[in-house]
Design a protein around this ligand. Sequence first.
Ligand SMILES: Cc1cc2nc3c(=O)[nH]c(=O)nc-3n(C[C@H](O)[C@H](O)[C@H](O)COP(=O)(O)OP(=O)(O)OC[C@H]3O[C@@H](n4cnc5c(N)ncnc54)[C@H](O)[C@@H]3O)c2cc1C
Length: 233
Amino acid sequence: MRPLVLEAGAEPVSSWPHYYDSLTLFSPARYSALPGLPFPGDPEHYPHRDEVVDYLRSYAAPLDTDIRTGHRVAKVAHDNGFRVTTDDGTDFAAPIVIAATGGFGRPHRPALPGLDDFPGTVLHAAQYRSPEPFHDQRVILVGAGNSAVQIAAELADHAQVTLATRKQVKFSAQRPFGRPALLARPHRPGPPPDRPVAARRLHHPGPGHRPLPIRTRPAPSGPPTDVHRAGRL
Ligand SMILES: Cc1cc2nc3c(=O)[nH]c(=O)nc-3n(C[C@H](O)[C@H](O)[C@H](O)COP(=O)(O)OP(=O)(O)OC[C@H]3O[C@@H](n4cnc5c(N)ncnc54)[C@H](O)[C@@H]3O)c2cc1C
């Protein structure tokens, strides 16, 4: 079987070019490679976003796969198998369809009470690129996932930053005892490296971390959020 990949973007490099400028992986290069092609450079280094883009580009190039970029799927219908229609009206027939469109292309913006009347700027993390436009401003990041924590840490050098979360954030060292955090937590070993990409589990070491002098305090009031402030973060 020779798979057909329909990719909306200009290159088969997934959402990585659209992430913020300073993004580095929270998993070292040696744990960030796909089967059959080691990640270039020092296996212990944490690759930058652009290195991931280059890596994915070189991974895709020799694949025996029909990759069509600039093809955005608009519709999938049952038709003796499936009929997949792109936004320019081109049809493709296939017995199997795998949707791997990710979540980044359709950011979720929850409807927060009072948001419509808020006079400030409201951005989704997907729209954030770099800290400079926020110089000397007061910024509240909502959430405590990898995006929020990495962006908060970066912004803290430029702005007055508050991280708003439901629960106390548990910060941990990225390399406890000099080893990647993902080795410090128990996990079941993934499938052998000769298994297909889709069958392999990615092991993430947890929230990205920078060695900031973090102090936290509980929110002045309880639900719906606790607000943690730490120095400038
Ligand atoms: C801030 C941040 C840090 C991260 N750090 C790490 C890390 O350190 N290590 C790690 O392993 N992972 C990390 N991740 C996670 C990683 O980026 C994602 O898990 C991974 O990119 C998801 O891949 P995906 O192919 O499922 O989705 P995506 O990367 O979103 O790719 C989806 C693709 O589908 C295409 N597409 C969307 N809709 C259509 C359509 N209708 N028709 C055709 N094509 C379409 C898009 O153009 C895109 O190329 C991080 C993510 C973020 C946001």
